[in-house]
Ligand binder design. Structure first.
Ligand code: ADP
Ligand code: 5GP
Length: 193
């Protein structure tokens, strides 16, 4: 029997650019996909839900998980630890589900190195000023800390398989879906989606 395997989509880009907005919209419409919920030591935002947006853990728990080899990759981002759990990803892929990761640029490149077949999508804002506006609207406390990484992240965008500019959300979403459909066609053939 053929072992059905899903696809791994890694979505990266500066904090506040709209990665979760694009992924959430897609997951509402697509039942063969799921989201990889990361672990983090950062504080929970008011609207966030444990187990849906992140698993919020303390530093000691996170360090123990590193020691036990529970992460596919992990990084320090904006002074906090973030990690992608192995188990959930492999379970989803084995079931034939496509899985979406929303992780930072360095984490994405680590995934690509380990799994060259992963599809890396970089989401870019129209400008740094617009990004600042979105972070402000989101009520972000550490805006300067987040903008500090901006230039370093943008510099690495050419390493990604695909780029999406999130200026107008409707247009960016169309581009995002087109990329996913293209990758699926390459993998599963024309009649898949
Ligand atoms: P990320 O997951 O990349 O950190 P979010 O998806 O949380 O970013 O988006 C940050 C903020 O920007 C949210 O308030 C979201 O509603 C808003 N946003 C997303 N895309 C756009 C867009 N194209 N134009 C204006 N605001 C946007
Ligand atoms: P935020 O605190 O805004 O939710 O996320 C900050 C940054 O951490 C974002 O760029 C987000 O994509 C990234 N991130 C979230 N989860 C992970 C993860 O598991 N691994 C890595 N490397 N980055 C992550």
């Amino acid at each position: 029997m053929e072992i059905k395997k899903g696809l791994l989509f890694v979505v990266s880009g500066p904090s506040g650019v709209g990665k979760s907005t694009l992924i959430e919209k897609f997951l509402k419409e697509d039942k063969n996909s799921t989201f990889s919920v990361s672990y983090t030591t950062r504080e929970k935002r008011e609207h966030e839900k444990e187990g849906k947006d992140y698993y919020f853990v303390d530093r000691d728990t996170f360090l123990e998980m590193i020691k036990n080899g529970e992460f596919l990759e992990w990084e320090t981002v904006h002074d906090n630890l973030y990690g992608t759990p192995k188990k959930e990803i492999f379970n989803a892929l084995k079931k034939g589900m496509d899985i979406f990761l929303d992780i930072d640029v360095n984490g994405a490149l680590k995934i690509k190195k380990a799994y060259p077949w992963a599809c890396l999508i970089f989401v870019e804002p129209p400008s740094k000023e617009e990004l600042k506006k979105r972070l402000t609207l989101r009520g972000e406390k550490n805006i300067e800390l987040r903008l500090k990484r901006y230039d370093e992240e943008i510099e690495k965008k050419h390493i990604f398989d695909y780029n999406v500019i999130n200026d107008n959300l409707e247009r960016a979403y169309k581009d995002f879906v087109k990329i996913i459909k293209n990758v699926r066609e390459l993998r599963y053939g024309k009649n898949h989606c």
